[in-house]
Design a protein around this ligand. Structure first.
Ligand code: AMP
Ligand code: ZN
Length: 119
């Protein structure tokens, strides 16, 4: 028995609304969407967070990142505008400790870094 909900989804023992799957990745609808478009790109390999990526994960990391615009283009078209989020660590808001990229779109976004003068 695993305690990782995404591993359960990947193994098929938990349900999901799946948009795309290949031998390395899964793309599912977020169960609690925060915008009209909110999907998660999830590697099949259980990597707890970005902090746990290893040099041998280079090809997977590349594929994960390259999949983001491909899915975004499918959902949103060629001029896709979207926010990507990778929360890393509980203090940064990570709640599922299996690496995943959020793709969020379809509503206005505030640039919090700009509004706080961080850059
Ligand atoms: P994070 O807080 O960055 O770890 O993101 C975890 C995301 O997973 C949240 O947006 C949750 O709504 C989503 N989530 C949790 N459980 C499920 C599930 N069973 N199916 C789909 N999305 C889920
Ligand atoms: Zn997992």
């Amino acid at each position: 028995m695993t305690s990782c909900v995404f591993c359960d989804i990947i193994s098929g023992s938990a349900p999901s609304d799946q948009l795309y799957a290949d031998e390395e990745l899964l793309v599912i609808q977020d169960i609690h969407p925060v915008a009209p478009v909110h999907v998660l790109v999830i590697p099949r390999k259980h990597i707890p967070s970005l902090n746990h990526l290893q040099p041998e994960d280079q090809a997977l990391a590349s594929r994960l990142l390259l999949t983001v615009p491909r899915i975004a283009h499918q959902l949103l078209g060629d001029d896709a505008a979207y926010r990507t989020i990778i929360n890393t660590g509980a203090a940064a808001g990570q709640t599922v400790f299996h690496l995943h990229v959020h793709i969020i779109s379809g509503r206005p976004f505030i640039n919090h870094l700009l509004t706080r003068g961080l850059y």
